[in-house]
Ligand binder design. Structure first.
Ligand code: BGC
Ligand code: NOJ
Length: 808
């Protein structure tokens, strides 16, 4: 069952039934100011950091769900409704929500009145705009009222939802004309406030929620709206809000427009005040002036559309399958941008308070984003590297606002350092910019400990070399990529964090997954050393890598698949000798991607075992059989019910590793088969089972051992975005940025005869056509008619070039 459809021409998903199984959201904003927005205008806004600079309040796990947001109310006599249908829930004559690239539009119609509420965050500005138009389609004059409403968060979202004894006394606002200034804590340690304004003269306003809603009022029936009258309340403590009242009279056929803006303003510390108790409003007034007319707002909207046209123009394809094209050209890349911006901080499943930017997450997000704005990827790599410790280990997370490592979680996730190599490698391949290696970057955020980025990579590589266990395999530490395989944790107390309990280092437990990573990304580091002219170090790396491959094939192989780990007692994890979790997906994907056992047959066997043991109709589960008992020595993984999350769920992030691994072995049909199993656009028609948005990937789909097989959770913020983009663009379509040029060597499934693509690479726009060889025709790659060695387009600095690739 579907709740809407794709509109590829406009790059939108159009929701036509608002009662989606879960709120289906969009992300507005691409620089510093962000808004999460659901299909009924629920959501929240923040500046840079969803925890430390939360602008509006949002209650997760609320009843009813998704109540807080950016709703507008239309009062038409006794009928009150919202163009996004909620919170009133009044039945509309028509409803549509269009989620597009950085904007959403709600269109509702009731009793001859149609309303369009277009919401977006303009490029490079810290404001959420609502462009609202109301049209009277009836043949009589109509008197209506429009009410806006936002609930302010008192900045630190964590404190805001816990410290009520203080917070109920701190709220402060100012009102000037139609502009409401939310200035809680501005008098003391903050230099920022927010404004909520409209570009028309308001007929009333409220800033005190208890007055606007009534003490026991609800978002669906605010007192002021029901009575048709705001009280011009000025909040003192309690719960400050912003609401406007506009009285409107529309003749038959007449249209009315209004702009609302929710902005974030920062003032210099020495220029905060206009007078005692009066904030300096200059910057706010400048912001309001930028969007004072319909024409200005439309121009800002068009700029945003141009921005996205350009961003998505860097890579696009045309195949026979519109589902594939819309994922590659639009939604997968869009999600890559969102994960790059948010890491795992703010979604409808991540409260924005728990985790900031993840070290490994952000390094992986880069992989799917670097071709869009390489400059931002570069800056991000340097930020991430600055949270590395001098010994090569790293903080697991950092706050986006302060860019400082998060002490509460600390370090000890032994895959982290290698992801820094992965991110940097991808950046250099994309750009050819080796100067990044010379950038001076602090260790532990301490400028006194600065070293060139190359030194950071060296320490990343050496961290594994110097942290090997009894089988000469990498020590796992707190966990590797699988945060829930906690081999040194031994937690028996409810409430303890599986990620931070127990020693951060254990001298015994080892990870075959990290071993695979070390081989894969170690080779990248070796290559960087060689290109930098450091052959001695490169040779040394090659020796370590060869030893690791040997160790994996000797002690990391179970006979039909790669083992997962050795626990703290050196007992194998992921072996046919165990009753539960005999096989895990991660080492099969990573070791085969690294090429381990490719020549000697283990890689082929591992892939076969994945099909036989782990693959289902909805994707590949993480492990099998699932855990049914809690294993103290394995940790969180065995805490989840069977078939869910890391315990035998279809953890989408590592499905594309299998897709990529299949392409490494030349298994084109198998690669494709798995790609489309988890691809949202391919499973749109089971939205009622899948439940999350059909335009983006989710972290997890319940596996075959769960009674809710096929149900997805944790949409949007997942490494799946970057990795599926890699698996389709690089693995299957074969367009791979390489050090010396762009490689185009597809591994196309048998049903595909070819495709065409446009790829901007190091300043050249390539028009690529891929075809199958006709009988007797030679295979190869031609640039502007000239046959090239192998399948690499040498980077030549032309503006445009046409590439033909003939494959077998
Ligand atoms: C989740 C993991 C996550 C970890 C750290 C666990 O509860 O299952 O997916 O990586 O928490 O936040
Ligand atoms: C989600 C986390 O963000 C990511 O870092 C981790 O690799 C996966 N869960 C698997 O546990």
């Amino acid at each position: 069952m579907q709740y809407g459809h794709f509109d590829d021409k406009n790059r939108e998903y159009v929701i036509t039934d608002w009662e989606t199984p879960l709120p289906w959201i969009n992300y507005l904003g691409s620089d510093d100011f962000f808004t999460l927005l659901s299909n009924t205008a629920g959501g929240y806004a923040f500046y840079k950091d969803a925890r430390l600079r939360r602008i509006t309040r949002y209650r997760y796990n609320n009843l009813p769900l998704d109540q807080d947001g950016f709703h507008i109310y239309i009062k038409d006599n006794k009928t009150v409704w919202n163009p996004g249908c909620r919170p009133c829930g009044t039945k509309l004559d028509s409803y549509e929500c269009r989620h597009g690239m950085g904007y959403s539009i709600f269109k509702g119609e009731k009793n001859g009145i149609s309303v369009s509420q277009k919401m977006f965050v303009p490029a490079e500005d810290n404001v959420l705009l609502y462009h609202v138009s109301i049209k009277n389609n009836s043949d009589t004059t109509r008197k209506l009222q429009l009410f806006s409403f936002v609930e302010f968060c008192l900045w630190d979202a964590n404190d805001d939802s816990t410290n009520f004894q203080r917070n109920y006394s701190t709220g402060e606002v100012e009102v000037h004309g139609s502009a409401i200034y939310h200035k809680t804590e501005y008098r003391e340690r903050r230099n920022h406030y927010s404004i909520f304004w409209c570009n028309r003269k308001a007929d009333g306003f409220d800033t005190d929620m208890d007055i606007f809603n009534g003490p026991y009022g609800s978002a669906s029936e605010p007192d002021a709206v029901l009575e048709g009258k705001c009280r011009n309340s000025i909040a003192h403590g309690w719960r400050p809000c912003g609401a406007h009242q506009l009285d409107i009279s529309l003749k038959a056929g007449e249209e009315y427009t209004v702009v609302f803006g929710l902005g974030y303003i920062e003032n210099p510390d020495d220029d905060k005040w206009e007078a005692l108790d009066a904030v300096n409003r200059t910057r706010a007034e400048q912001m309001m002036a930028r969007y004072s007319t319909d024409a200005e707002v439309s121009a800002a909207f068009n700029e945003l559309r141009t921005l996205w046209n350009n961003l998505l123009g860097n890579f696009s394809i045309k195949s026979q399958d519109p589902r594939l094209d819309r994922m590659v050209n639009i939604w997968n890349q869009y999600q890559c941008m969102v994960t790059f911006n948010m890491s795992r901080s703010a979604s409808y499943f991540e409260s924005g308070m728990g985790r900031g930017m993840g070290f490994r997450d952000s390094c992986q997000d880069l992989l799917g984003f670097v071709h869009m704005i390489p400059g931002r990827a570069r800056a991000r790599i340097l930020d991430i590297a600055a949270t590395q410790f001098p010994d090569g280990s790293s903080y697991h997370q950092y706050q986006p606002l302060t860019k400082r490592g998060n002490l509460a979680v600390g370090s000890g996730f032994n895959d982290d350092p290698l992801w820094l190599i992965a991110g940097t490698d991808a950046y250099i391949r994309e750009t050819g910019d080796y100067s990044i290696l010379d950038e001076m970057v602090p260790f532990d955020n301490n400028p006194d400990l600065s070293q060139p980025l190359m030194e950071h990579l060296r320490r990343s590589f050496n961290y594994t070399v110097t942290h090997l266990g009894p089988h000469r395999l990498p020590l796992i530490g707190r966990a590797d990529w699988n945060d829930c395989l906690n081999l040194n944790c031994f937690s028996a107390q409810p409430g303890e964090s599986f990620q931070t309990t127990g020693p951060s280092e254990g001298p015994v437990a080892e990870s075959i997954f990290i071993a695979g990573m070390f081989v894969k990304y170690g080779k990248a580091y070796e290559r960087i050393c060689r290109i930098s002219g450091n052959n001695v170090e490169a040779d040394e790396c090659a020796r370590h890598i060869a030893e690791m491959e040997e160790a994996v094939l000797k002690d990391g192989w179970d006979g039909q698949w790669f083992l997962r780990a050795y626990d703290a007692f050196s007992k194998p994890v992921g072996t046919h000798l165990n009753e539960e979790a005999q096989i895990f997906i991660e080492p099969q994907g990573m070791c085969v991607m690294a090429g381990i056992g490719k020549e000697t047959g283990e890689a082929e066997k591992a892939m076969r075992s994945v099909h036989e043991r782990l693959e289902t109709k909805y994707g590949v589960v993480l492990n099998n059989p699932p855990f049914r008992r809690y294993h103290l020595e394995l940790g969180e993984i065995s805490s989840y019910p069977p078939g869910v999350k890391e315990n035998a769920g279809i953890f989408c992030h590592n499905n594309p590793w299998i897709t990529m691994a299949e392409t490494v072995l030349g298994h084109a049909d198998e690669a494709w088969d798995l790609y489309q199993k988890i691809c949202p656009a391919f499973i749109e028609d089971i939205s009622d089972i899948h439940r999350t948005e059909p335009y983006v990937y989710s972290q997890m789909i319940a596996g075959k051992d769960s009674p809710r097989f096929g149900e997805a959770k944790n949409s949007w913020l997942t490494g799946t975005a970057a990795w599926t983009f890699l698996s389709i663009s690089q693995g299957i379509l074969g367009i791979v940025p390489d050090y010396d040029g762009l490689q185009v060597k597809p591994c196309l499934p048998s049903h595909m005869d070819g495709f065409s693509a446009t790829r901007l690479f190091r300043g050249t726009s390539y028009s690529i056509t891929v075809k199958r060889a006709k009988k007797g025709e030679q295979t190869g790659l031609w640039v502007d008619g000239v046959r090239q060695e192998g399948f690499i387009i040498p980077a030549e600095g032309k503006k445009e070039a046409s590439v033909t690739v003939i494959i077998g």
